[in-house]
Every structure is written in structure tokens, then in C-alpha cells.
Design a binder for this molecule. Structure first.
Ligand SMILES: Cc1ncc(COP(=O)(O)O)c(C=O)c1O
Length: 415
């Protein structure tokens, strides 16, 4: 039996489906990277996290196939017991070296890496101080840790500093883990890492946990991540990342220079010990991607080239895109239902991009999340810009249609 709130939610889903503006769970029948097919129709994909377009690289597919033939389709158990493969250990070594850390622990997904990482790196006496717009997996990890959880204003080091001062005064014995994302998954904002790291000077003992799911393969020299981008790898205590985005696979890791702590994590993470390990084909695909990224830095360069072209195109249309500094460029809509309708119309016009609504973004600040890939050709972008221009005029979401960007968000619901 559903309770009242669950029933309400279900009614909203049913109404959206009946009225034709339900945008989620679209079944892709064939994927070709920057283009996908849905029910025989070809669409331009501008929502994928396959930033370097490696999902369709034949070398990656071959490595996955070879591993599958050698190790089988499933892992046969958790890493702790019978499912630990040499591939996992190679991957731990390679990815740690890639992000500039001594060692890492691979989990089956990025979500599980955050869950396992945060529960093992903190205890009930500690404080987890987390950016308010952090990913759900970080909040799940915070919750499961049993530590005191506080949030600071999104990407605002001054807000984090205020919390740290209060924590020092009230709980001087508490260890603080400051949690942020390198590139925020919805807004595309890049974190203020230098300012956050400087807080360690006035609050010694504070450690930094950087979820770089969207920075890996994207930010820094050759895609080595956000900490590398700022030259702050050593100062960033923990770098977490996933293989499910630029590394065209699935899986996640936590990397650190503290080797003892990583051994502890490996033996204490319930999210690692009590779930099946990463299948061999996925581990081999991630390894192959690392090799390609290292030898072909031009992929990262192309990603930034197409991203900057897109950003200029959005600006010329007059879209409100917030403060994104990455290949994730949100188009602000405001009202949730309006964003659903906008996404459905994008779809009907040949563009696959989805809305993000609360709790993925703050309430009333729905966006269409667009993201670019190095394999997007200029003709793909031109098509997307043409459609966005047409719909932005129709939906009156351009900055010039709105009195102020803030009002735009509030007013969107009343159109
Ligand atoms: C910032 C962030 N962290 C963690 C994850 C979880 O990663 P995975 O999809 O590998 O489980 C995601 C996935 O969307 C993410 O965006």
C-alpha cells in the first residue's frame, strides 16, 4: 500500500504520461555515440556523460571482449571473496597513478565508492561538511556514516569557513571531512578547490574529499582531473572518481596517498565486501580508456573546443546557463512541468536532453542538462543550436524575455 505522498507522486507521473510531457526512461534502441535511435528515429544526444566518446572505440570494445572471454560474463562474487581479479588490481594502480595518488580502491560503481568511502573515512564523532548541491551518492554516504552532517552553501568557501569555525568552537575533538565535487554534475560549476584547500591552514586536521566523477578525463592536463587542474593533487586528501563517464565503462574508486587507510577501506567497506565485483569486461574497458586518454590528449582538447563553441552558441541565443565552466551546460527553465514540456519538445525536434528537477537541483530551478562529447561534430552542434533557438523563443526562456534571471526562475511556473 502506498502512503499519501507516494500516491501523490505516482499521480504526477501518471498525469505527465497521459498529457504527453513525461520525459524519463526513454528506451534507446540503438546508440551511436553522439547520435541515438529511439523507435527508429535518429536524435542528437546532448545529455550523455561519455565525454570523450570512448564508448564506441574499437580498442575499448576489443579489450572488453577479450576480458569477457578470459574471465567470463559475471564476477562470481565480491572482491573480498572469489571475485577479485588481476584486472581490478591493475585498474587500482593505473587510475591512482593517473590522478596522481599512491593507491586506490575500486568499487563496482561510483555510487558504491562514495557510500563505502564516506562510511569508512569517518565515524560518529566526526563531522562531514558537504556542498549543498553534492550528488545523492555523497549524501547517502554521509547518512550511512553515522557522523554529524552539515552542508555549506553551494561552491561557497566562506560558508564552509563559517561552519568550520563553529565546529572548532563546539566540537574541538571532531575530525572534519570537507566534501565537494570537482565538476558539479548538474550545474557544470567547477569547485572552488584552492579556496577550500586554504581552509586547511586555519583548520588543521580538515581533510578534503573530492568527487571528481565529471572531472576525470575532462579537467586538468590530459584529463587528469580537477585537483590536477588546480595543481592541488597532494593537498586533496581523497580523490573519488567513476569509470561510468569519460572512461566509457562502469565502476568507481577512491584514491589517496594514505596507503594504510586504503587497506582499511578495502577491508571495511560494506559497499565493496558485500556486493559482486566489477565484471572483467568493465574493468578491462576502463583500463583501455586510461591508456587511450594518456596517448591521445587531443580527445580532451576537442572536448573543450566543442564545449566552448556550444557555450558561445548558447550565449548568442541568450540562454541562461548559470556559471558552468565545463562541458555540462545547463539551460535554466525554472518550473518543473515547463522543463518537462521543453524536453519533450526537444525530443520531438530531434534532440535528446533531459530535465533535472528537485532534488537534483534546488526546488523551482529546473534545468535542461546538456553535456558535450569530443565526438560531437560541428554539424551536431549547429542542429542543436537551431532547435534550442527556436524553442527558447517559443518558451520565452531567453535572458531578454526575463526581467531578471532570478525572477525568471520564479516566474517560469506562472507562464
Ligand atoms: C558527482 C557524481 N558522483 C557519483 C556518481 C555515481 O557514479 P556511478 O554512476 O558510477 O555510480 C555520479 C553519477 O551520476 C555523479 O554524478
Amino acid at each position: 500500500m502506498l502512503d499519501k505522498d507516494q500516491d501523490k507522486m505516482l499521480s504526477r507521473v501518471r498525469a505527465a504520461k497521459q498529457e504527453g510531457y513525461y520525459p524519463y526512461f526513454r528506451a534507446i534502441t540503438r546508440s551511436l555515440g553522439p547520435e541515438v535511435e529511439v523507435d527508429g528515429r535518429r536524435l542528437i544526444m546532448v545529455g550523455s556523460n561519455d565525454y570523450l566518446g570512448l564508448t564506441f572505440d574499437s580498442r575499448v570494445a576489443e579489450a572488453a571482449e577479450q576480458a569477457l572471454r578470459c574471465f567470463g560474463t559475471g564476477p562470481g562474487g565480491s572482491r573480498f571473496l572469489c571475485g577479485n581479479m588481476s584486472l581490478h588490481e591493475n585498474l587500482e594502480e593505473r587510475v591512482a597513478a593517473f590522478v596522481g595518488k599512491k593507491t586506490s580502491v575500486v568499487h563496482t560503481t561510483g555510487f558504491l565508492a562514495n557510500l563505502g568511502g564516506l562510511t569508512c573515512l569517518s565515524g560518529p564523532k566526526d563531522v562531514l561538511l558537504c556542498d549543498r548541491e553534492a550528488h545523492a551518492s555523497l549524501f547517502e554516504g554521509c547518512r550511512a556514516s553515522g557522523a554529524r552532517v552539515l552542508t555549506f552553501v553551494h561552491n561557497d568557501p566562506a560558508s564552509a569557513a563559517g561552519h568550520l569555525a563553529k565546529i572548532s568552537a563546539k566540537h574541538p575533538e571532531a575530525e572534519v571531512l570537507l566534501i565537494t565535487e570537482g565538476v558539479f554534475s548538474m550545474s557544470g560549476d567547477v569547485c572552488e578547490l584552492p579556496a577550500l584547500i586554504r581552509l586547511k591552514d586555519s583548520h588543521p586536521g580538515t581533510r578534503i574529499y573530492l568527487d571528481d566523477a565529471h572531472g576525470l578525463g575532462v579537467m586538468g592536463r590530459g584529463g587528469r582531473g580537477t585537483a590536477q587542474h588546480f595543481g592541488l593533487v597532494r593537498e586533496t586528501d581523497f580523490v573519488m572518481g567513476t569509470f561510468s563517464k569519460a572512461l566509457a565503462s562502469i565502476g568507481g574508486f577512491v584514491a589517496s596517498d594514505d596507503e594504510d587507510l586504503m587497506v582499511f577501506l578495502k577491508h571495511q567497506s560494506r559497499a565493496l565486501m558485500f556486493t559482486a565485483s566489477l565484471p572483467a569486461s568493465s574493468a578491462a574497458a576502463a583500463l583501455a580508456c586510461l591508456e587511450i586518454i594518456e596517448s591521445e590528449p587531443e580527445r580532451v582538447e576537442r572536448l573543450w573546443e566543442i564545449t566552448e563553441k556550444a557555450r558561445r552558441g548558447y550565449r548568442d541565443i541568450g540562454l541562461v546557463t548559470g556559471s558552468s565552466k565545463s562541458p555540462i551546460i545547463p539551460v535554466f527553465i525554472g518550473d518543473e512541468q515547463y522543463a518537462f514540456r521543453f524536453s519533450v519538445e526537444l525530443f520531438e525536434n530531434g534532440v535528446f536532453a533531459l530535465p533535472a528537477v528537485y532534488p537534483a537541483v534546488p526546488r523551482g530551478q529546473a534545468i535542461i542538462r546538456t553535456a558535450f562529447m569530443s565526438t560531437h561534430e560541428d554539424r551536431h552542434l549547429e542542429f542543436v543550436l537551431e532547435v534550442l533557438d527556436k524553442l527558447a523563443r517559443k518558451y520565452r526562456i531567453r535572458a531578454c524575455d526575463l526581467e531578471t534571471p532570478d525572477q525568471s526562475l520564479a516566474a517560469a511556473g506562472q507562464r
